[in-house]
Design a protein around this ligand. Structure first.
Ligand SMILES: Cc1cc2nc3c(=O)[nH]c(=O)nc-3n(C[C@H](O)[C@H](O)[C@H](O)COP(=O)(O)OP(=O)(O)OC[C@H]3O[C@@H](n4cnc5c(N)ncnc54)[C@H](O)[C@@H]3O)c2cc1C
Length: 415
């Protein structure tokens, strides 16, 4: 049996769990706290194998907002990440079958880029590198460590049980953070219910090669069957997120390459050039899920385990990382206050966690609501609504304050 005692145990070393372990470094260093990150998949930080942790760091790419770039700068990771972060300089938004369209431009917002597209595998490698830089003094990564039980035997302590490789594992911790993703079994074990909405849609994700360089353009094209996004990668490559009804998406995923490219071209048009090649295609069923409780004494739920949203606006991780940094900041503030008052700091203090969650809810409501309303508005089949949307997009194009508002939402700067 492998046993360890820690101050903060993070279950799940995906995008969110790994980001939290890094954001907690100043607190851990200043207060001598121990952080333990537990991930069920084996770590593989070797780029020559082209493999990193699954499923967070899979073949997808993520659009990171300008706000998330600022967070990566604070974490000291932006210099490394930026070598494979492709800037979104302009966004073209259109509605298939209608004339309206609008364009957002980074110059109008006074920033270098509206956001950046980063392959998830590179995000994973950068976060993993950051954890290695943090050293083992206060941060321990246990992988492959699968946690299957969580209990609260004492008011001040939690117990996690599972396996570390082929050994039994017991972790005693003062605070547990569940960052174990959208299918969090531990959350269910605790009886924490979700609100759940099934879009009955699937996102088809793949990388494409095009006949011309994208020059920093991203495209968001709405249609009654679902939205489609093309995001700039290296040179003439773009990341595709194509939302379709479940069965159609699976059929598209299995089509021979030429037929798939022809269907895609037909659906998207020629604005970005001709689609020449498509890489491996992956399918993600789309749901809106929110945990009804996100904190308890000695417990926090973060990331996909707390809120899983439609990727239409590319905001899932951007939202989660704001939760990550604000949690780290609130724990630091609570530790300082405890010191000033001559009290012991407990990272699982319910009052601190509840106050943090209350402050996070408006951001979560706004982002989940914004992503959901885009789907609702653009999925309606009434022709009149189609014209209204077109008029809306044309109006946005003419009216720069509205365009700036939309750009700020996309940049993760205005909630
Ligand atoms: C198609 C698609 C496109 C997207 N595009 C964007 C985008 O452009 N921009 C954006 O901001 N967001 C985007 N998102 C959202 C983003 O991918 C998620 O917000 C992010 O993956 C959440 O990460 P997570 O760490 O919470 O969960 P996950 O990625 O699911 O990671 C959970 C981790 O926990 C581990 N784990 C699970 N159970 C256990 C256990 N019992 N013990 C130990 N470890 C465990 C898993 O192995 C995994 O590594 C997109 C999502 C989809 C589906």
């Amino acid at each position: 049996m492998h046993t360890c005692t820690t101050d903060i145990a993070i279950v799940g070393g995906g995008l969110v769990g790994a980001s939290l372990a890094l954001a907690l470094q100043p607190l851990a260093r200043a207060r001598g706290l121990k952080i333990t990150l537990l991930e069920s998949q084996p770590p593989q930080a070797d780029s020559s194998t082209k493999k990193t942790w699954q499923p967070s760091f899979d073949a997808r790419s993520s659009a990171l907002s300008w706000g998330t770039r600022l967070i990566y700068e604070q974490l000291g990771l932006w210099d490394k990440l930026s070598s494979h972060a492709y800037p979104i300089e302009h966004i073209h938004v259109s509605d298939r079958g209608y004339w309206g369209s609008t364009q957002l431009d980074h110059r109008e917002q006074g920033v270098d880029a509206l956001g950046y597209v980063v392959p998830n595998a590179w995000l994973g490698e950068t976060l993993w590198w950051g954890l290695q830089q943090a050293g083992e003094n206060n941060t321990q990564v246990l992988a492959p460590a699968e946690i299957d039980q969580l209990s609260f035997p004492h008011p001040d302590q939690t117990e996690l049980r599972g396996r570390l490789g082929d050994q039994e594992l017991l972790v005693k911790s003062r605070l547990v953070v569940l960052a174990d993703g959208g299918r969090s079994g531990l959350k269910q074990q605790l009886g924490i219910a979700d609100t759940h909405y099934d879009y009955e849609q699937t996102a088809l994700v793949a990388n494409l090669r095009l006949s011309k360089p994208h020059q920093g353009w991203a495209y968001e094209r709405f249609s009654e069957e679902g939205p489609m996004a093309l995001l700039p990668l290296d040179g003439d490559q773009m990341a595709l997120v194509w939302t379709r009804q479940g069965e159609e998406a699976l059929m598209l995923a299995d089509l021979p390459e030429e037929e798939f490219l022809a269907r895609l071209q037909d659906s998207f048009g020629k604005r970005a050039g001709r689609f020449l090649q498509v890489g491996e295609r992956f399918a993600y069923p789309l749901k809106k899920i929110r945990a009804k409780e996100q904190v308890r004494r000695n417990l926090v739920i973060l990331g996909n385990a707390a809120h899983y949203l439609h990727p239409v606006a590319g905001q899932g991780y951007n939202l989660a990382i704001r939760g990550v940094t604000s949690l780290a900041a609130d724990l630091e503030a609570a530790a300082r206050q405890a010191e000033q008052e001559g009290k012991n700091f407990h990272p699982g203090d319910l009052a601190v966690l509840t106050a943090w969650q209350q402050r996070r809810l408006p951001d979560q409501d706004a982002v989940v609501g914004f992503s959901h309303s885009l789907i609702e508005i653009f999925a309606r089949k009434q022709p009149l609504l189609g014209h209204a949307r077109a008029a809306g997009l044309i109006g946005l194009n003419l009216f720069s304050p509205a365009r700036r508002w939309l750009a700020k939402k996309a940049m993760g700067l205005e909630i």
